[in-house]
Design a protein around this ligand. Structure first.
Ligand SMILES: C[S@@+](CC[C@H](N)C(=O)[O-])C[C@H]1O[C@@H](n2cnc3c(N)ncnc32)[C@H](O)[C@@H]1O
Length: 330
């Protein structure tokens, strides 16, 4: 297929598979290597099969969860000039994010000819615009790889927030913010939330700031400054021994308990069967290489619950299961 441009034509060749972008920067080398190792395992690729910098290509039809961003409809674009490359991308859509691992200067020149995007830190809540962000990367001087559609709504799968250094007692609230922005929905004032594994209280703090009524459950105590926030009720309890009927109808179930994923799955099955909650944001923790090896089956069970499983930018050795009523992004 030829894309016509006022400069010179660029030639597009669609790819059958998908491009999987590993998390290579952000939360420390160790955390990133962990996600990359998990991604390689999911794709059945060994250490030697890194194709293009942080980008893996696979035609697998199996679900893949550990990528920071998945390029859903990738194509190769052959071009003669920087202008032709930029013109071809601009002809497809407005927003493009570059992953650069070779020909840095040339990549910067192409990106400079694309419409600019804001990379400022966001305050929360922030309503994510609907416009999609594509991804592209130079492979060599005259070839690039690109995809207009990606799994993450954030450029390159990355979102940074203006952090609150005083209010929350932990930085865990950042992954909750990211999950809610990604879903484009969050608790309204007065909505009833259960926060399981709440201590020291980052998530509860974030929910109480939205004006939600929060039942915070943990075996350990909540930080005092969170426990006394309006709308917060703390229960020192094993979250998993609380049945849905003990809590009653809630709008949101949040869970960040450190536990074996199967324990969480069994508890969630009860909540889904009870029909007492509409929205779920739960962290699925991985604990060791052994767990990781057997993790595929566990994740398939979570996937069968509906919603989506994602590796958030703010996730470390964990994934996040999201099931919300309104406007899921994928
Ligand atoms: C990662 S921390 C949660 C951080 C919290 N979301 C925040 O924002 O500060 C995990 C928590 O799970 C709690 N936990 C572990 N097992 C639990 C259980 N069975 N029931 C309730 N809480 C549990 C731990 O006490 C710990 O506070």
């Amino acid at each position: 297929m030829l894309i016509t441009s006022p400069i010179t034509p660029a030639k597009i060749g669609p790819l059958l598979g998908r491009v999987y972008e590993a998390a290579v920067s952000g939360h420390g080398v160790y955390a990133d290597r962990y996600a990359e190792t998990c991604l390689r395992a999911e794709l059945g690729l060994d250490e030697a099969s890194n194709l293009w910098g942080p980008l893996f290509y696979s035609e697998t039809r199996e679900p893949v969860f550990w990528a920071r961003n998945i390029w859903l409809s990738p194509f190769r674009l052959e071009f003669d000039s920087i202008g032709a490359a930029a013109s071809a991308l601009r002809g497809i859509q407005r927003n493009w994010h570059a992953t650069v691992f070779t020909h840095w200067r040339r990549a910067a020149l192409i990106q400079s000819r694309l419409p600019s995007m804001s990379f400022k830190r966001h305050s929360f809540p922030w309503l994510l615009p609907d416009a999609s962000v594509g991804a592209w990367a130079l492979l060599d001087e005259h070839t690039l790889l690109a995809s207009a559609r990606c799994s993450s709504p954030f450029p390159g799968g990355v979102i940074e927030f203006e952090e609150d250094k005083n209010g929350p007692p932990s930085r865990a609230y950042l992954k909750l913010w990211e999950a809610l922005v990604r879903c484009r929905v969050w608790p309204h004032a007065g909505e009833r939330c259960l926060d399981a594994g709440a201590s020291p209280g980052g998530w509860t703090w974030a929910l109480a700031c939205l004006g939600a009524d929060v039942i915070a459950v943990d075996r350990a105590l909540l930080a005092e400054q969170v426990a006394c926030m309006p709308g917060v009720r703390f229960m020192q309890h094993n979250a998993f021994s609380l049945q849905p009927e003990d809590i009653g109808p809630i709008d949101w179930l949040f869970c960040d308990v450190i536990c074996y994923p199967d324990r969480l799955y069994e508890w969630l099955e009860k909540w889904l069967a009870a029909g007492l909650c509409g929205n779920f944001v739960c962290t699925i923790k991985t604990q060791s290489a052994d767990t990781r090896q057997n993790f595929g089956d566990t994740l398939r069970r979570f996937a069968s619950l509906g919603g989506q499983i994602v590796h958030l930018y703010h996730n470390k050795h964990e994934l996040t299961w999201l099931k919300v009523r309104q406007r899921p992004d994928e």
